[in-house]
Ligand binder design. Sequence first.
Ligand SMILES: Cc1ncc(COP(=O)(O)O)c(C=O)c1O
Length: 369
Amino acid sequence: MRIADFALERYFARWEFAVRHVLGASDVEPFSLAEVLALADDDSRRRWDALSLGYTETAGLPALRAEIASLHEPLGADDVLTFAGAEEGVFVAMHALLEAGDHAVVVWPAYQSLFEIARSIGASITFVPLDPRDWSLDVDAVAAAMRPNTRVIVVNFPHSPTGAQLPADRFARLIAIAELHGVHLFSDEVYRFLEQDGRPLPTAAATSPRGVSLGVMSKAFGMPGARIGWIATPDPSLRARLAAVRDYTTICSSAPSEILALIGLRARSRIIDRAHEIISANLRVLDAFFAADDRFTWIRPRAGSVGFPQFLAGDVDRFAADLVERAGVLVLPGSQFGYAGNHFRLGFGRRDMPTALERMREFVASWTS
Ligand SMILES: Cc1ncc(COP(=O)(O)O)c(C=O)c1O
């Protein structure tokens, strides 16, 4: 398989574990194992203590799939497959949905795997850009991008890297477009539950027979190292294809991680409250920072744990390189998304964000391009 480098992941691979502060991270402060186990109910604690390190069911632990399905009511456990993070889910889904010569419509900017895997399969892509003035999506532009060979519309709300959220009526129109054309709506919902108004969109899988929802424990649930993600879809033939492709990637999920994810999902109201506490406090700090510094523009995110400010005082690639090399603070320049305009991704899910931001403030004061 020929596939282009995943620019963002290569950039992270170089810097993430070599710096003091990752100010471009997209997760919410990760839990320790002890913290997760302390949240276990009796049943999941028993499962943990009695855990066999054998292979698990290829579709995922039934109790875990039932818990995931409860996020997608009226779907049930059989409508869900678990994966190694959301990333495996994207890979497998694109291979299940697309063949060479097919076409996909993808909202732009995008997490690279959401279009690069389709490209590597030989599908063509039409990107529909968010409006850089407010990161809104023109749903008519999605409708206009549809072709006879379109097989999937790929969206990601809450959106990375902008923090945009789609109003419910536009989401309903996207579903109507997918249904009208008989294509799947692949909805990357990995930042779900991080909406500042506390009102998640309905999931695509719960709303439409054409809906395919991608979820993960990495963001709101603070467990990226567990590597548990999922796809929910009411389409049985797509689920069969997902299962068939997955036999060539990881076969089944990690047994300990399935239990940890089960604990996390059962304790979700406490976990999501914690995420909101961290994010609300960080956003207040960011509001003050951007209000006081005219070297940046900032469209305040409505949801998720990342935003995409613009740097006005010089080349953002140079700035990000100097910032990480000299101050040990990692942000992600927009070029890693292939996005022009001098933006960078900033994450606000980590507890050290105010300290990292303070280091960036000190650094930018003396930085000249
Ligand atoms: C939009 C989006 N989709 C999918 C993923 C992959 O999630 P994971 O790393 O948990 O597999 C990410 C990770 O940052 C993401 O931002």
